[in-house]
Design a protein around this ligand. Structure first.
Ligand code: GBH
Length: 484
C-alpha cells in the first residue's frame, strides 16, 4: 500500500501539480526526551530523578495522577522506535540522555555500565539505518539528590552538570556528532523548578543553567573536539508575538526578549549579556517592589565574553504565537499575553495554531543574531487519541511551508527540521492526554503497542519525494490507494 501511495504521488509530482520542494540539505527528523518515553525508571542501578520523585510524591499535581514509570517503555522497545523512524524515512532522531541512568547518585565516580550500554545500543541501532543521532544531555530530569540541596538555584549544579557531560562525551561521543546541552532552560525554571513562583529564584536558575551550558561547551572544545569533531549547541523555545492593537512593536519586542532573548542574547548576539530591555525592566520593577538591587543577577564581563558564541547552532523549539500588550507592573516585563479568540488551538490550551508566526520567528533570529545555522528541534501539534490525524498533517504542512519560505525567500539558514514527537509521550503535567506523536501509543496495555498515524505516512512521502505534499492531495491519493 505504501508503494502505491508513493507511486501515485510521484506521478502527481510530475504531472505539474504545484508542490513546494524541500530545500536540499534540510534534514528532517523527529524528537523525544528520556523521561517522556523511556520508562524503566528504576531499571538496574538507575538513580531517582526529580521527575521520578515529583510524580511519585506530588501525584495530585499531574493529570490522572499519572507518571513516567513505564511511559512508552522505550527503555525496552528502542529497537521498535528506531524501526518506526526508519520506516518513516527519518534522517535524524533527537533523544535525550537520562542523567540518573548514567550517574545513579550524581557522582562521576560511579558510572552505570548498564545505562551506558542502553544508549550505545540505541545509537548503534540508529547508525545501522543511517539515521543521525541528535543528543540532548539534559531535558529536565536531574538527580533528585541535587534537588535536595537547592537544584538549579545552587551554583554547584554548574560543576555537577559539567562532570556529567564529560562522562557522556567520553562514553558516547565517538558516534555522536550533534549535541545539545540543555532543552528550554527558561521553561524548566518557569514551570517546573520548585521556586517557580519566586522571581529571584527563577532568574538564578536560568543564570546557572546558562553558565552550565557555556562551561560544557568550552569543556567539549578543550577535551573532545579534536578527536570527536562534533557540534555543541543549546535548545531555546521561541514564541512569536503580535501586539493587540496592531501597532505596538515595542510590546512584541519586549515579549520576545523576555522569552527567547533572555538566553539567546548572551549566546548569539554581537555584544552578549542579557537583553538590554530585560536588564532595564527588571531593575526598575525590582526597585518599585522595594528590592535594593535587581532581581536579575549580573553577568560579569568575563562571563559575558565566555558565554558569547558558545553554541555551534541555534537549537529552536517553536510551536505557537500570542497576542501581547503593555501592562506596567503586572510582572517584570510589563507584558500581558493573551490569545486571539479566532485562533484555532491544539488540545493543549497554550498551543495556538499560527503557521505564519514560525516564519516571523525565523526572520527575527536571522536579524538579531546574524543568521546562525538554525536546527529546528521541536515543532508539532497535540491531538486526542487516534490515528486519523489530519489536523497534524495540516499543521506540519502549514508550518513547514512557512519555514521553507523563510529559507528560500528570506535566506534564513535552517538546516534541520524535527517533529515533536516520534511517539505519543508522557506530556509532563498533562500526562498522557495531549498526544503529539506521529505514532500512536496504547498506554492502557502493558505492551505499549505502537501504531503509525496517518501523519507518519504523509511525512514519509514528504521525505522520500522531497516535496511538501498538500494534505488534500495526500488524502485523495491515500484513499484511492487504500482501495487498490
Ligand atoms: C516542549 O516545550 C518540551 O520541550 C517538550 O518536552 C514537550 O513535550 C513539548 O513542549 C510539548 O508540550 O503550565 O505546566 O502545563 C514547549 C513549551 C512550555 C509548553 C510549558 C507547555 C505549559 C506548562 N511548553 N507549557 S504547564
Amino acid at each position: 500500500m505504501k508503494i502505491c501511495v508513493g507511486l501515485l504521488l510521484w506521478l502527481l509530482g510530475r504531472s505539474g501539480v504545484d508542490m513546494m520542494e524541500i530545500p536540499r540539505g534540510l534534514s528532517i527528523g523527529a524528537s523525544t526526551s528520556a523521561y517522556q518515553v523511556e520508562g524503566g525508571w528504576n531499571a538496574s542501578d538507575k538513580g531517582v530523578s526529580v521527575w521520578d520523585a515529583f510524580t511519585h510524591e506530588e501525584s495530585s499535581l499531574i493529570k490522572d495522577r499519572e507518571n513516567g514509570d513505564i511511559a512508552c517503555d522505550s527503555y525496552h522497545k528502542y529497537q521498535e522506535d528506531v524501526a518506526l523512524a526508519k520506516n518513516m524515512g527519518l534522517q535524524h532522531y533527537r533523544f535525550s540522555v537520562s542523567w540518573t541512568r548514567i550517574l545513579p547518585n550524581g557522582s562521576p565516580e560511579n558510572v552505570s555500565r548498564v545505562g551506558i550500554r542502553y544508549y550505545k545500543n540505541l545509537i548503534d541501532e540508529l547508525h545501522t539505518y543511517g539515521i543521525e543521532p541528535v543528543v540532548t544531555l539534559y531535558h529536565w530530569d536531574h538527580p533528585q539528590s541535587f534537588e535536595e540541596v537547592g537544584g538549579w538555584a545552587n551554583d554547584n549544579m554548574i560543576d555537577y552538570f559539567v562532570e556529567y557531560a564529560r562522562v557522556v562525551f567520553r562514553e558516547l561521543g565517538s558516534r555522536v556528532k550533534i549535541w545539545s546541552t540543555v532543552n528550554e532552560p527558561i521553561i524548566y525554571c518557569q514551570f517546573f523548578d520548585f521556586g517557580m513562583n519566586d522571581d529571584t529564584r527563577k532568574y538564578r536558575c536560568a543564570h546557572n543553567l546558562l553558565k552550565a551550558h557555556a562551561k560544557v561547551y568550552h569543556m567539549y572544545q578543550r577535551e573532545f573536539k579534536d578527536r570527536q569533531h562534533g557540534q555543541v549547541g543549546i535548545v531555546l523555545l521561541c514564541h512569536n508575538y503580535y501586539s493587540l492593537n496592531g501597532i505596538d512593536a515595542e510590546a512584541e519586542d519586549i515579549a520576545f526578549e523576555f522569552g527567547c532573548g533572555w538566553l539567546a542574547n548572551p549566546i548569539f548576539s554581537k555584544d552578549g549579556d542579557y537583553p538590554a530591555v530585560m536588564k532595564q525592566k527588571v531593575a526598575e520593577e525590582s526597585k518599585y517592589q522595594g528590592f535594593t538591587k535587581s532581581k536579575l543577577p549580573k553577568l560579569s564581563s568575563s562571563w559575558i565574553e565566555y558565554i558569547k558564541g558558545s553554541s555551534d547552532y541555534f537549537g529552536l523549539n517553536h510551536y505557537t504565537s500570542f497576542m501581547v500588550e503593555q501592562h506596567p507592573h503586572l510582572n517584570d516585563s510589563g507584558i500581558l499575553k493573551s490569545d486571539n479568540p479566532i485562533w484555532k488551538k491544539g488540545v493543549s490550551d497554550w498551543l495556538n495554531i499560527i503557521p505564519e508566526g514560525f516564519g516571523e520567528v525565523l526572520r527575527i533570529i536571522k536579524e538579531k543574531y546574524n543568521n546562525p545555522p538554525v536546527y529546528v528541534l521541536e515543532n508539532g501539534l497535540s491531538t486526542t487519541a487516534g490515528i486519523e490525524d489530519l489536523d497534524r498533517i495540516k499543521f506540519l504542512h502549514d508550518y513547514m511551508k512557512q519555514m521553507i519560505m523563510a529559507i528560500t525567500h528570506d535566506g534564513c539558514n535552517v538546516q534541520k527540521y524535527t517533529v515533536w514527537s516520534l511517539l505519543d509521550t508522557f506530556e509532563w503535567k498533562e500526562a498522557y492526554r495531549n498526544r503529539f506523536g506521529l505514532v500512536h501509543v496504547d498506554f492502557t496495555n502493558n505492551r505499549r503497542m505502537r501504531t503509525p498515524k496517518l501523519s507518519s505516512k504523509w511525512l514519509h512521502e514528504v521525505i522520500t519525494q522531497r516535496q511538501l505534499i498538500k494534505p488534500d492531495e495526500f488524502m485523495k491519493q491515500f484513499r484511492a490507494a487504500s482501495y487498490v
